[in-house]
Design a protein around this ligand. Sequence first.
Ligand code: SAM
Ligand code: DTB
Ligand code: SF4
Length: 361
Amino acid sequence: MLAEAQVPNASAAVTSLDDRRHDWTRDEVEALFALSFNDLLFRAQSVHRRHFDPNAVQLSTLLSIKTGACPEDCGYCPQSARFTTGLKPEPLMPIADVKKAAIDAKANGATRFCMGAAWRAPKDRDIEKVAEMVREVKALGLETCVTLGMLKPGQAKDLAAAGLDYYNHNLDTSPEYYGEVITTRTYEDRLETLGNVRDAGVKVCCGGIVGMGESQSDRVEFLRQLANLPQHPESVPINELVPVAGTPLAGAAPLDPFEFVRMIAVARIMMPQSYVRLSAGRTEMSQETQAMCFFAGANSIFYGERLLTTQNPQNEKDKALFAKLGIHPESRVDASAHLDVPLLGELTIETSGAQTSCCSE
Ligand code: SAM
Ligand code: DTB
Ligand code: SF4
């Protein structure tokens, strides 16, 4: 563990407004986790305010466009054909039904529509159909995101050509713990898909799940993997395991809420310009824990009564929480106005002996 003086210090280390680092060491991340709760949250909130409106939260709505009967063995997932969870498999939805769901999501205030399919990897003919869905949803004025499993370079390019904004593909956990949860595809496979998505010019949505029985050391390594990618994912979903009866992880011990908040805070500090999404697990989470997550730098949620196959809080409940906290949904206009606010007393650089404030990226 690092001495206090070695804890990465946002104000001291940053010499320009581009505060994104890709060289996080294990000791540095451990030192962030070891901070007192107040110090960690203060630091995370300070980083957050540098780039974002602290009272704006982006709303994404999920739709399962192809449900269940998945050949993979992800130990958390109700959609794997290997587990008996009582889920009714559904084939790929007709485009008209997807469009209707997207219209509803927009009317409810979502700015991004995320379509998930329980595939190991899509076939090229699936990509054609999903590309059509992307075009339809985008034409409504929504941002688009899909999560379809492993993607080949040409498939990523076809989705990019259809106007896809984001591709979600999670690393889920540390490389060390990964094999305890999933055996049918490797960590390397996941990194390869993420590279294909990046190369196609599609924004990356990549995060994982906590509360699967992993250690804090696994959480440290998981966040290092994300932050030390060549580019930070633009969107980082942090899911708390939704335990589903019949899955191998159904009996996992619930995570201490403070550990969950710490996870959000450290993610915010390590990936200062990314949207950190407080993702699955909100139905079981208290309003107070969610409020702490927003203070720790979470600035996106899944909004709408369903995630893919499990429950999410009712819209009215989320609206009431936002009202209590003085939080507003981020509009697409807000999102395009990147803040980059220098904090008082930081972000100064030395140029030939004179101190100069740095004010652009
Ligand atoms: N089949 C595709 C794949 O695995 O890439 C896309 C859909 S998959 C359901 C998307 C993500 O949902 C997973 O990577 C996992 O992080 C998350 N997820 C699935 N089941 C979950 C659960 N029970 N609790 C929390 N997150 C879950
Ligand atoms: C992500 O990280 N979380 C979402 C989305 N990406 C696709 C999925 C959560 C799924 C929770 C379990 C379910 O509803 O099936
Ligand atoms: Fe299939 Fe995705 Fe579920 Fe894994 S997480 S079992 S790949 S749907």
